[in-house]
Write a protein that binds this ligand. Structure first.
Ligand SMILES: Nc1nc2c(ncn2[C@@H]2O[C@H](COP(=O)(O)OP(=O)(O)OP(=O)(O)O)[C@@H](O)[C@H]2O)c(=O)[nH]1
Ligand SMILES: [Mg+2]
Ligand SMILES: [Zn+2]
Length: 370
């Protein structure tokens, strides 16, 4: 592959990213050595109790909050070095530090096998796990900061790859006019016809219209293991506060200057739902990147493409301007929605542009963290 020629701004950006990566690695190494020392001290202290069962409620760098499976007491725990990946929703075996501090500390010994895992790539950290052992993913969009089917499709692809059913939630419907609701429903019909479940909701207590499906949503998820994902500012924590009235998750207004969410939630946190269900509030990300996937994986995540794949004239068809393209034919016959097709190409192109491997950085090695 030839080297990519960069302009001054791009080179400067890469230099800055590179420096940030070095700083982050240095800080990480320091934190790791402190955590390793703490684990060693715990082992030597002889104060570690019996093996207990727990679930990860939240992760804070090198430590996790574990909820004891029966007492529901929370323990701030260090993580044994042999554990390569641990995230919110993970079921674990841990031991309580019975002597030190106030008895609310411990050590995670093992992470049990996961039934599912949602992850995303991060430029600096590699593939980052978001939450484990999920049965549904609640993909939240809203009129503000923006309603974007492109962002929605990105999340749906990530769900398809993780083999976890996405549930489309449109929040802040109090902000839509009647005409806008009609338009919104036309778009949502495309997703409904593809088999995706949708809920239109508002957390605004002044909004008394019958089309607020918040009660239906609550009922639907009560026995499911779920995570709220979506852009910063769409109202994930606001939804959580309605669904779990005692939750008091912090919420934050959308910035007046940028029109974007302000990344109010900084750590994912797990809460219990009435019928053994779980809901995890997660921090919004600026852009849900997908460059860890192959083009093929993205293509296969588009359900409506499936009947036509393998029917294009050329086996390496890019489904763009290639002659004899079965996908384009289906598009022209209205069997594929134009906006989904457009998003598909935008996503494929952005994967190439945003991939860190596309840049040649001195001494840089990309890490996979799963
Ligand atoms: N009008 C209206 N505003 C809402 C609604 N739900 C949430 N908001 C507002 O949207 C803003 C962002 O809400 P948050 O719940 O903090 O959003 P978030 O998705 O958790 O954001 P991050 O934690 O940054 O990812 C707040 O000012 C909320 O009051 C709604 O249904 N209608
Ligand atoms: Mg939040
Ligand atoms: Zn094609």
């Amino acid at each position: 592959m030839g080297k990519i020629k960069l302009n001054t701004k791009q080179s400067r950006n890469i230099q800055a990213r590179h420096q940030r990566l070095i700083n982050k690695n240095t800080l990480n190494a320091q934190k790791e050595s402190i955590a390793n020392k703490a684990v060693e001290d715990l082992e030597n202290s002889g104060s570690l109790g019996e093996i207990e069962h727990g679930i990860v409620i939240s992760r804070y760098g090198k430590q996790v909050d574990i909820e004891h499976i029966t007492s529901q007491k929370i323990y701030r725990c260090y993580i044994r070095r042999t554990i390569k990946s641990i995230t919110t929703g993970d079921e674990v075996l841990f031991r309580i530090d019975t002597f030190h501090d106030d008895g609310t500390n411990g050590l995670v010994e093992t992470v049990k096998d996961r039934t599912s895992l949602l992850s995303r790539p991060d430029y600096y950290d590699g593939i980052k796990p978001i939450a484990a052992n999920l049965t549904k993913i609640l993909v939240v969009s809203a009129k503000l900061p923006e309603f974007s089917t492109n962002i929605l499709d990105r999340y749906i692809i990530a769900c398809e790859i993780a083999k976890i059913e996405p549930i489309i939630i449109i929040n802040k419907i109090d902000l839509f006019t009647s005409e806008e609701k009609i338009e919104l429903n036309k778009v949502l019909d495309v997703y409904r016809n593809l088999g995706y479940k949708t809920f239109c909701v508002s957390t605004n207590s002044d909004y008394k219209e019958e089309d607020n499906q918040i009660a239906e949503l609550q009922n639907f998820i009560s026995s499911e293991k779920t995570v709220l994902v979506g852009q910063s500012g769409v109202g994930k924590s606001s939804l959580l506060n309605i669904i779990i009235p005692h939750a008091i998750a912090q919420t934050g207004a959308i910035s007046e200057s940028s029109g974007l969410g302000q990344h109010t939630t900084t750590n994912a946190k797990l809460y219990h739902l009435p019928n053994n269900g779980i809901i995890i509030d997660s921090p919004g990300v600026r852009e849900f990147a997908l460059w860890h996937l192959t083009d093929d994986e993205v293509t296969h995540s588009y359900h409506e493409f499936k009947p036509y794949l393998g029917h294009c004239k050329f086996s390496d068809c890019k489904h763009l301007n290639d002659p004899g393209c079965a996908i384009k034919e289906a598009l022209s016959e209205g069997k594929i929605a134009q906006f989904r097709y457009d998003n598909y190409h935008k996503i494929i192109n952005s994967m190439k542009e945003n991939k860190p491997d596309a840049y040649v950085l001195p001494g840089r090695k990309y890490r996979k963290n799963v």
